[in-house]
Design a binder for this molecule. Sequence first.
Ligand code: SF4
Length: 118
Amino acid sequence: MKKTIICTVCPNGCVVEAEYTTKEDLVLTGYGCKRGVVYCTDECFEPKRTFTSSVKIQGANRRMMPVRTTGPVPKELLMKCAEEAHKISLETPVKSQQVIKEDFLETGVDLIAAMTLE
Ligand code: SF4
């Protein structure tokens, strides 16, 4: 299989070519550093994304507040993350970076508030 991946780890945005049939014979070309190797290997075999969404909040002058995970989660869990986030209802005050759900869906990363609402 051949795949072109744009590495999003840093602003350089290296265009990496991946060729493989299994993880063991993966050949990557075009990357600028080892972080790109890790990112592109994950993109081929276990793609991950940082989850961002909004959850309900009460006591504020808005009905929803933005949240995100502290790191990437497996891409196939994004829909489940959205379903879980939909069940959450917070009350003010909430501080930016405040942990909303520890070890969100047992992914090893937390769901945190992305803004402060007093
Ligand atoms: S491969 Fe390295 S230098 Fe290139 S975009 Fe990814 S992190 Fe940046």
